[in-house]
Write a protein that binds this ligand. Structure first.
Ligand code: TRP
Length: 362
């Protein structure tokens, strides 16, 4: 049994720095680690449609944005199978069988779904497809026999539910599917990067994102208007680090060599923080430092994206080839699933013989 990675994103917008520290950076490292036998990264369009049924154009437009962001970050289609969820009908089939293994009350207890229902004002009437998306997500993971799912902590309830479903399936039908593990970001800041406004999460709907595809000017403007410490008015005022977004970002992105390069008068981040807390260090200086660090990260991403944008048909072709490969893998699992569930009647020579005997023909 190999070590298999699978993860994906809903195509509801371009990817941002929160996605980068929370997951994309790790994916590229995993891709290059050589420790995994197979890696799948997919665009979860069917899942995006569970709460965007009336807005297919949004999903359609964002498939290419997400694919470009993947390539921009350094995901390499030679090493990773990139595919689109809806192009693998076996996933829908597995979802149907999984639905028999989950209760409504169990779905209602899923904390991620609970919050999402509130966020979308679905309390009064939840689309069935949305309500069941954790089951469909379990099918995404199980169909590829993924052992490892790199994702943020908000996906932990999905993984737990997946493991329950797989256990139940294997218990009833015999060992067929694999129980996956989540691979969380290494540290707390990466787990949930705040938005530029200091709100708990970077999210498109809050309008507080720095996108991987933002221009140098856009990034600069966003960093300049970033939330800091509202009581730090004069440079000489003492400033707070806690809840100060610029410092939270420095915790996430700053490395020792950045000081040598952009701020040699400070030996490290602790000294910078200490000066800010004492007073005498202005926001503008710290923001310029952060901006330089972010540019160093984003400039090559932006350049690779520009390059990929030169040949859009090739990007769709990468997704098409990936989808064909992914489909073969899922089809293999589904034939094992059908056999285990005893619904592969036409390949079941034993069944046909047995029924013949029963009806007195042998
Ligand atoms: N739910 C994930 C998100 O909102 C996307 C997703 C769908 C996913 N299926 C998955 C992630 C399977 C990991 C594994 O971003």
């Amino acid at each position: 049994m190999g070590r298999i990675i699978l993860t994906g994103d809903r195509p509801t917008g371009r990817l941002h720095l929160g996605h980068y520290v929370g997951s994309l950076k790790r994916r590229v490292e995993l891709q290059n680690s050589g420790e995994y036998d197979k890696m799948f990264v997919f665009i979860a369009d069917a899942q995006a449609l569970t709460d965007n049924a009336d807005n297919p154009e949004k999903v359609r437009q964002n498939i290419i944005e997400v694919a470009l962001d993947y390539l921009a970050c350094g995901l390499n289609p030679e090493k990773v199978t990139l595919f689109i969820q809806s192009q693998i009908p076996e996933l829908a089939e597995l979802t149907t069988y999984f639905m028999n293994l989950v209760t409504v009350s169990r779905l209602q207890r899923n904390p991620t779904v609970k919050t999402e229902i509130q966020m979308r004002n679905f309390e009064a009437s939840i689309p069935v497809g949305f309500f069941c998306y954790p089951i469909s997500q379990a099918a995404d993971i199980a169909a590829f026999k993924a052992t490892t799912v790199p994702a943020g902590e908000d996906q932990e309830p999905m993984l737990e539910q997946t493991r329950e479903i797989v256990k139940r399936f294997n218990g009833i039908y015999g060992e067929t599917l694999v129980e996956p593990k989540i691979l969380l970001p290494e540290n707390q800041v990466c787990m949930r990067l705040p938005g530029t406004d200091g709100k708990a999460k970077m999210s498109k709907s809050l309008g507080n994102c720095i996108y991987l595809s933002d221009s140098e000017k856009e990034v600069q403007a966003k960093v300049r208007s970033m939330y800091t410490d509202p009581t730090h008015i004069k440079i000489s005022d003492p400033g707070k680090i806690e809840g100060n977004t610029v410092f939270t970002y420095l915790d996430a992105f700053c490395r020792p060599e950045h000081f040598e390069r952009y701020l040699p008068e400070y030996p490290n981040l602790d000294e910078l923080k200490a000066h800010y807390q004492r007073g005498g260090l202005g926001d503008v200086k710290v923001k310029k430092f952060l901006n330089a660090i972010l540019e160093e990260l984003l400039a090559p991403i932006r350049a690779r994206r520009k390059e990929a944008e030169q040949d859009i048909p090739e990007v769709y072709d990468i997704l098409k080839r990936g989808s064909m490969q992914a489909r073969e893998v899922a089809a293999q699992t589904l034939s094992e699933v059908r056999r285990a569930m005893k619904i592969d009647y036409f390949n079941d020579a034993e069944l046909i013989r047995e029924q013949s005997r029963r009806f007195g023909q042998e």
